[in-house]
Design a protein around this ligand. Structure first.
Ligand code: FES
Length: 87
């Protein structure tokens, strides 16, 4: 199970973290991966000037753009799922 944590604090919300979360959720549903990926919201991750702040398990990402949810999913989440599957 992979946990994706998305900051929904005010600075990240202004930058579109809700839209980013919705788009990631659609990617997860589209691929039927709801039992392998958990999406959670978090309040400020103390990187406000560098939001949107996102964590995939323990790895932190900054300056994620809300329009790049699909590419973020393919680049940062899918490979992790594949590694998890093969271990
Ligand atoms: S509001 Fe997202 S890091 Fe502070």
């Amino acid at each position: 199970m992979i946990t994706v944590t998305i900051c929904v604090g005010s600075s990240c919300s202004v930058r579109g973290s809700d839209e980013f979360a919705d788009a990631l959720e659609r990617e997860i549903e589209k691929r039927g991966l709801g039992d392998r990926i958990r999406l959670v919201g978090a309040f400020c991750m103390e990187q406000c000037s560098k939001g949107i702040s996102v964590k995939v398990d323990d790895q932190q990402y900054r300056e994620v753009h809300f329009l790049e949810a699909a590419s973020f999913f393919e680049r940062e989440i899918l490979p992790r799922l594949n590694r998890e599957e093969s271990s």
